[in-house]
Design a protein around this ligand. Structure first.
Ligand SMILES: C[S@@+](CC[C@H](N)C(=O)[O-])C[C@H]1O[C@@H](n2cnc3c(N)ncnc32)[C@H](O)[C@@H]1O
Length: 408
């Protein structure tokens, strides 16, 4: 973590986005800095370049990216739908569309991709540098917690703490769902403006629903939000929105990002650019037989179906049955009829060719497989070597990229 707070002895450490640093070991730092030295005359300059990269890593990109499902819609229709939804979002949060301009534009190279950003008129006053909301002190909110101010917590607002995964989503524009909330100040009611923090450690180690007083750890200030329900409901509900995040730059850390989940759910999907370029690089053809070896939650499989307009045979595998059942639902809603979801460990899915056995094609294997009575996923054990025209693998899983995919 950062050095700035090395001398802080409080059991709670709050960071602003500016103070926060992504930390990596010296060995990894050295390894990553070495190639940069070829670009510069001095090592010092290479180190500075590396530091700029580390600073960029903690900030979300200033644009959101969406991919259109061309099976269901056109890029123009989706762009219009996003514009309308985001205008409504700004107005519903009490904003003025003149002050917060939403730009929805086509990606200049990728024909099925849309870029979205919000350009506020005043971008100077963000909360990047602070650990509490810039409001006057109001100690009366916390008469029973004398050490609150010393611990660094805001005195002007009650606070909630979400998990790290949720905090990353907030920085990219998401609101907070109740299951992402770890702790909250006692007394929060629906409609109350609250200070939002993200826990930087492992959320599973924080006892969810305990009082904020009991929290010990490091967290990042994200800005202000409005509670959608009381504290009691935050920890009682199984699902639903817990806190909506202010869209205004003066109320939040990081850039003003719009919430895109739930907008035109089957016609488009928010997806990162590196994921989108995979299918553009693969250039699948209609009638191709394609294997996605690590498919869940299914974003790239869906892209393949959209690209080929449902004309390919796509086998989407994941070793997690639970994830593949959910992905199957997503495929169905998106109208991606050419995808067959399978629960399969793709490190051991190459069938051996024996002399007497008939070598079945992928289509033959799929059409003769029996669906499970429990979840209707097909019971398929694997495929014969050289069955696929194109294969998507997940390079992080060495055994997958290096073993089965060479054969299939
Ligand atoms: C990063 S996700 C893949 C994201 C997906 N390609 C997409 O674009 O939506 C990695 C997935 O690989 C799956 N996985 C890891 N090892 C696997 C294996 N041996 N066989 C099949 N799936 C595996 C995990 O269960 C996880 O769901």
């Amino acid at each position: 973590m950062t050095d700035q707070h090395a001398e802080n002895t409080s059991p709670v450490v709050l960071y602003s986005l500016d103070q926060f640093q992504v930390s990596i070991s010296d060995e990894v730092k050295e390894h990553l800095t070495r190639p940069l030295q070829n670009l510069y005359a001095t090592r010092e300059e290479a180190v500075k370049h590396f530091q700029r990269m580390m600073d960029a890593m903690k900030r979300p990109p200033i644009q959101s990216v969406c991919r259109v499902n061309l099976i269901q819609s056109s890029r123009e229709q989706v762009m219009e739908g996003i514009r309308e939804s985001l205008q409504k979002w700004i107005i519903s949060r009490g904003g003025d569309p003149e002050q917060m301009r939403v730009r929805v534009h086509p990606h200049p190279q990728l024909h099925d991709t849309i870029l979205v950003d919000v350009i506020p008129k005043d971008t100077t006053a963000t909360l990047d540098k602070t650990i509490v909301p810039p409001k006057s002190t109001d100690t009366t909110l916390f008469p029973h917690w004398p050490t609150r101010e010393q611990m660094g917590w805001p005195m002007s607002h009650r606070a909630i703490l979400c998990d790290r995964f949720c905090g990353e989503a907030v920085l990219r524009g998401s609101d907070i769902f109740v299951r992402g909330i770890l702790l909250a100040d006692v007394g929060i009611v629906a409609g109350e403006v609250v200070a939002v923090y993200a826990h930087l450690g492992d959320g599973r180690k924080v006892a969810r629903g305990r009082k904020l007083e009991e929290y010990r750890g490091e967290c990042l200030f994200l800005g202000l939000g409005t509670a959608c329900c009381s504290r009691v409901d935050m920890f009682r509900w199984e699902s639903g929105l817990g806190v909506t995040i202010s869209p205004f730059p003066w109320d939040r850390a990081g850039p003003s990002m719009p919430p895109l989940s739930g907008i035109l759910p089957n016609a488009m999907m928010p997806q990162n650019l590196p994921s989108i370029v995979v299918t553009h690089a693969l250039q699948p053809e209609p009638n191709d037989t394609i294997l996605d070896m690590c498919s869940a939650p299914g974003g790239k499989s869906l892209h393949l179906a959209s690209w080929t307009n449902n004309q390919a045979t796509i086998v989407a595998c994941d070793r997690s049955r639970r994830k593949m059942i959910a992905a199957g639902e997503t495929f169905r809603h998106a109208g991606a009829t050419c995808i067959t979801p399978l629960a399969l460990d793709t490190t051991s899915c190459v069938l051996q060719l024996s002399q007497d056995a008939e070598r079945k094609t992928v289509q033959q294997i799929l059409s003769s497989a029996k669906p499970s009575t429990k979840d209707s996923l097909l019971d398929v054990k694997g495929f014969y070597p050289e069955s696929f025209d194109r294969i998507l693998t997940w390079s992080l899983t060495q055994s997958i990229s290096g073993d089965s995919s060479n054969k299939l």
